[in-house]
Design a protein around this ligand. Structure first.
Ligand SMILES: Cc1ncc(COP(=O)(O)O)c(C=O)c1O
Length: 372
């Protein structure tokens, strides 16, 4: 028996809609399901526009290029993040600049201003593991310094700050529909914005810059399209996103009850400024009586509990430590919070099929391994 970390749950209209694609024979991009999905997703997030793309990584790449970010520019990103915050910035031609995170695992607004230079063009916020970043403070800094704000909301569909959905607060928001996410299409992504010129640019960029008449190109673009079969699945998933969010929050509150008084661990906390969707339930091992975090993860897998380590911070990545390129981030700074998360963080199962009995087993097993 294995309790997966987070698995897709396809219990709504997914199959019905996919069969409709078969019937209509529209299995490539820009079909009726894509149009419906874009409309409904924009409505759910609260933006004027939503544009589907192939995954969360391409959404971030499209966002950077659509904002005109490129050679000679700097983009502020959190040190504790997935590689694509840095890699897409580099592939756009710009340089990522690292900032430590706060105790809710998102970029620390109090440490941003010291990293701003005349070359800074944007702040890329990553709403980590379902937690919303401190957007009020971040937007204030961005307005003061006239910077764009890109929200990487790939792991936080439906999280909120002051009742406003994340992804709709900055200039552009990016989402992923990867299999483990709160809503999925296997692979898939979405860019959201309130600005028509940005949405139009993303639409062009994601499809080779195809315009009318066809095959005449005025820009260099990509093929980052999402198929209608994927949109059909994502649309069915979106139909019951509210239920999925409440279920993740329910799972988190039970873990919090089970683990909150244990001094050996620090657990996933919702920030006071917003609503987390607890995409993952994170645990930081503070005192493990000699066992390393990675040994604990290995033992949990042996006991049938799917567990993953946290992201390795950008300042620790071999590519940035061992190789020199003027676009690579400067890793010399101090990132104490990020560093501790990368060394001691792990996440335990939080999938939608999880039962209370399984959660109790997971929490008891984790604590028994920490205690020896
Ligand atoms: C915060 C964050 N950003 C970006 C991505 C990339 O999304 P995708 O796997 O769809 O490219 C992920 C994926 O897990 C993520 O967690």
């Amino acid at each position: 028996m294995l309790i997966p970390t987070s698995e897709p749950v396809l219990k709504g209209n997914e199959k019905k809609y996919v069969l409709e694609c078969f019937k209509s024979n529209w299995i490539s991009a820009n079909g009726p399901f894509t149009k419906k999905l874009e409309k409904k997703f924009a409505k759910f997030i609260g933006t004027k526009y939503a544009v589907c793309c192939s995954n969360g990584t391409s959404a971030i790449h499209l966002a950077l290029i659509a904002l005109g970010i490129g050679k000679g520019d700097e983009v502020i990103i959190p040190d504790f993040t997935i590689i694509c915050s840095a890699s897409m910035t580099i592939l756009a031609g710009a340089k990522p600049v690292l900032v430590d995170v706060d105790k809710y695992w998102c970029i620390d607004p109090d440490k941003i201003e010291e990293k701003i230079t005349p070359r800074t063009k944007a702040i890329m916020v990553v709403h980590m593991y379902g937690n919303p970043a401190n957007m009020k403070k971040i937007m204030k800094i961005a307005r003061k310094h006239k910077l764009f704000v890109i929200e990487d909301a790939c792991a936080a569909h439906g999280a909120e700050v002051d009742g406003q959905k994340i992804g709709s607060i900055g200039d552009i928001g990016c989402f992923s529909f990867y299999a483990s996410k709160n809503i999925t299409s296997g692979e898939g992504g979405m860019v959201v914005t309130n600005k028509k010129e940005i949405a139009d640019k993303v639409n062009l960029l994601k499809s080779h810059g195809f315009e009318r008449p066809r095959f005449i190109h005025r820009i260099i673009g990509f093929n980052y399209r999402m198929t209608d079969i994927q949109s059909a699945i994502a649309l069915a998933q979106l139909e019951n996103i509210r239920h999925k969010i409440s279920k993740r929050r329910e799972i988190a509150s039970y873990y919090i009850r089970l683990l909150k008084n244990r001094s050996e661990v620090e657990i996933h906390q919702e920030p006071p400024w917003g609503k987390s969707v607890f995409w993952m339930f994170g645990v930081i091992i503070k005192d493990s009586f000699g066992r390393t975090r990675d040994e604990i993860i290995e033992l949990l897998w042996k006991k049938g509990i799917g567990t993953e380590r946290f992201f390795l911070p950008m300042s620790e990545q071999p590519i940035f430590r061992n190789e020199r390129d003027p676009r690579y981030p400067d890793i010399k700074g101090s990132f104490p919070v990020s560093d501790a998360l990368g060394k001691q963080g792990l996440y335990i199962p939080s999938g939608l099929n999880l039962t209370k009995k399984e959660q109790k087993y997971i929490a008891d097993t984790l604590m028994s391994l920490i205690k020896k």
